[in-house]
Design a protein around this ligand. Structure first.
Ligand code: DC
Length: 235
């Protein structure tokens, strides 16, 4: 069977992480969580006292991480991909609400996106991967064999993010989570470099009133069809 590059893009809280993991399991593919890379840059910048608004310094942090090949993905545990930086487990630290904002900020810096591009292409180069992000189908893998744009209404997405925090035991205000989701949407869609948008050839999946099972089944079915078509296509 021909193994494809599957791109799943969409805004925060659309269910991308869970869907990506379950789709990858069903297909026997591996997961690449590209948001974790931006989160790691934000986290490393903070650790070094570098402001997220200092584009040149944050770019330098990202370039060093890329040059040293310092970021490693480990197995998924409790629905979360393990992330290591130079051996240190940063999986929990990068998923705080603060790092969500930091990642959104540093991801608007062209130099940071550039530094992480090769890393993402290398991770997906051999196919048999599901990459989750914002610009996978538009910039990172414009020729991906299967592209999906997974979204949901802002209310539904904010509620899901809030429940994720509750499940982790974070004490956080519901209204604040909604505001943060709306702020991130605005920043991610309006930035000049690689803004969040649906690729013209991506399949739109609105999960507002679909269950996770339904979304996963829909995507897996489409990918199976595309795999079969790719296997028949002349090389
Ligand atoms: O998917 P996430 O919430 O972990 O992503 C964190 C931030 O990183 C998000 O605000 C947008 C940014 N991001 C991006 O710009 N491009 C990607 N491919 C993935 C994430």
């Amino acid at each position: 069977m021909t193994e494809l590059v599957v791109a799943i893009d969409g805004p925060a809280g659309a269910g991308k992480s869970t869907v990506t993991r379950r789709v990858a399991e069903a297909l026997g593919y591996t997961v690449v969580d590209t948001g974790a890379l931006y989160r790691t840059v934000a986290h490393q910048a903070e650790q070094r006292g570098v402001s997220w608004d200092d584009a040149a310094a944050v770019t330098q942090v990202a370039r060093e991480l890329a040059a040293e090949d310092a970021i490693r993905f480990g197995p998924t545990q409790s629905g979360m991909t393990k992330v290591f930086v130079r051996g240190e487990d940063v999986s929990t630290a990068i998923r705080s609400s603060e790092m969500s904002q930091g990642a959104s900020k540093v991801s608007a810096i062209a130099g940071v996106r550039d530094a992480l591009l090769t890393m993402q292409r290398t991770l997906g180069a051999r196919g048999g991967v599901v990459l989750e992000g914002r610009d996978i189908g538009t910039v990172v893998f414009p020729d991906a064999g299967a592209k999906f744009f997974l979204t949901a209404s802002v209310e539904v997405r904010a509620e899901r993010r809030y429940q994720e925090h509750v499940a982790r035991g974070d004490s956080i205000d519901r209204a604040l989570v909604r505001q943060e989701v709306a702020e991130r949407d605005a920043r991610d869609t309006q930035r000049p470099v690689a803004p969040l948008r649906q690729a013209s050839d991506a399949i739109l999946v609105d999960s507002s009133s679909m269950s996770i099972d339904e979304v996963v089944a829909f995507i897996v079915d489409k990918v199976h069809g595309l795999e079969a078509a790719a296997a028949k296509a002349p090389k």
